[in-house]
Design a protein around this ligand. Structure first.
Ligand code: SAH
Ligand code: SF4
Length: 424
């Protein structure tokens, strides 16, 4: 059939879809294009959650026009969240794009490509094997879509309503990954806490997956503070293999802004979840997402967010500047926080968070930790990078094999990563 190249942007759900799409293309008879070659089929899988994401994707898609100059019959397809909500924008600004597709029906891509190339499409098997790209780590989707309609967010429009995957399918995939040597498995969904299938809750699913994951870090993301209930907190306390890390998006520390965002919790509920989780799993690492510059966010609202950052003391935080997304409820509101002010808020909370993270990480110096060796360090040539249960990266020198667990003594810390040495 020829070769394909796949370019994936965005979140873990997109990574997962990308691995599925690669599996689909290979089942259909394509093989990955060697680096530097122009593939017969080029697929870009996009994110649309922020304006910066679509700008970046547009840059890449535009640059693909030169592929057609060198290879007129190459087929270019753009998929994912962006065409799912704004396919007209792509069609009108990128005439060299042959087709677009959304976040569902990925199985139809080979037939669409075959149609464009004037070829017959071959049938695909019922079960597609994902082409895993991040060994020894792997994601397992437990649900697709989202029902929450946070006022700023395009995801429910791009990915449709929440659909949970059957328990047995999830457990089967987990078991297969464990059996083939994956050591760090993350259950993923836009709001895993609202998982329910055939009477099984998220907490029950987590306990079942935990029982299959001896010798493996089991993770899950992402969480909605409204839906992290007592049953889930209790399950966290009972699981043996669930990693000591919870990503709990705050978005804002102001009740007024949380209400305007349609988040459906207030700060006191959020802090209540934090204290219950910390009680159930002492020393658990907490990370978060923070959105600054939402319409109407005042200086006091922003100060309230800083207050929560000080109070919770996150291990790390992703901080984003609000950008309006077409079709969302907030797009109808005036985007009234000026950009320089958004930048200032982003930098202020970022700086505070970095200082807190450094303090937390420095306290780990001298301790001994179990790390999963992921591969060569991205920072230091000749060194390895290991990941802790706490989801922190430790760079270390010494002999190691990716995919194995090593005991490391933590010898140094920055805001982002740790340094270590193989423990004697
Ligand atoms: N389902 C996940 C995350 C979805 S998007 C959750 O609920 O946590 C990831 C993050 O992008 C969000 O947590 C939010 O902080 C940010 N985000 C979403 N829409 C945005 C927008 N319009 N502008 C800037 N950041 C946004
Ligand atoms: Fe977007 Fe909210 Fe759904 Fe997360 S929970 S994907 S922020 S609508």
């Amino acid at each position: 059939m020829g070769t394909y190249e796949l370019i994936v942007y965005g979140c873990q759900m997109n990574d997962y879809d990308g691995e599925k799409l690669a599996g689909i293309m290979e089942e259909a008879g394509y093989r990955p294009a060697p680096p530097g070659d122009i593939a017969d089929v080029v697929l870009v899988y996009t994110c649309a959650v922020r304006e910066s994401a679509t700008t970046r994707a547009l840059g890449r898609i535009t640059s693909l026009a030169r592929y057609k100059k060198h290879k007129a019959d190459s087929v270019i397809g753009v998929g994912g969240c962006w065409p799912a909500v704004e396919k007209e924008v792509i069609e009108s600004s990128c005439p060299h794009v042959d087709f677009t597709f959304g976040t569902t029906n990925l199985e139809d891509v080979p037939a669409t490509v075959a149609g464009i190339r004037g070829q017959a499409a071959s049938p695909l098997p019922d079960e597609i094997r994902l082409r895993r790209a991040a060994w020894p780590r792997a994601n397992v989707s437990i649900m697709r879509g989202c029902n929450n309609f946070c006022a700023y967010c395009v995801v429910p429009y791009a990915r449709g309503p929440e659909v949970c995957r059957p328990v047995d399918d999830v457990l089967h995939e987990v078991e297969e990954l464990v059996g083939t040597g994956f050591k760090d498995i993350t259950l993923i969904g836009q709001n895993v806490n609202s998982y329910r299938h055939g009477g099984t809750s998220f907490a029950e699913l987590l306990l079942k997956a935990d029982a299959l994951c001896d010798g493996v870090f089991l993770r899950f993301t992402t969480n909605h503070p409204r839906d992290v209930n007592d049953e889930t907190v209790a399950a966290l306390g009972r699981c043996r293999n669930v990693a000591r890390h919870l990503h709990l998006p705050l978005q804002s520390g102001s009740d007024a802004v949380l209400r305007a965002m349609n988040r459906d919790y207030d700060v006191s509920r959020y802090l209540d979840v934090v204290s219950k989780v910390r009680k159930a799993v002492p020393g658990i690492c907490l990370t978060t997402d923070i959105l600054v510059g939402f319409p109407g966010e005042t200086e006091d609202d922003f100060e309230a967010t800083l207050g929560v950052v000080e109070r919770v003391r996150y291990d790390s935080a992703y901080v984003f500047m609000y950008s309006p997304r077409a079709g969302t409820a907030a797009a109808a509101l005036a985007d009234d926080v000026p950009r320089p002010e958004k930048v200032r808020r982003l930098q202020t909370v970022g700086a505070r968070q970095r200082a807190i993270a450094l303090e937390i990480n420095e306290k780990m110096v001298g301790s001994e930790k179990l790390a999963l060796v992921e591969g060569p360090s991205r920072k230091n040539a000749g060194e390895y990078a290991g990941r802790l249960s706490e989801n922190k990266i430790v760079n270390f020198a010494g002999r190691a094999r990716p995919g194995e667990f090593v005991r490391l003594e933590i010898t140094g810390a920055s805001s982002w990563t740790l340094r270590g040495e193989p423990a004697p």
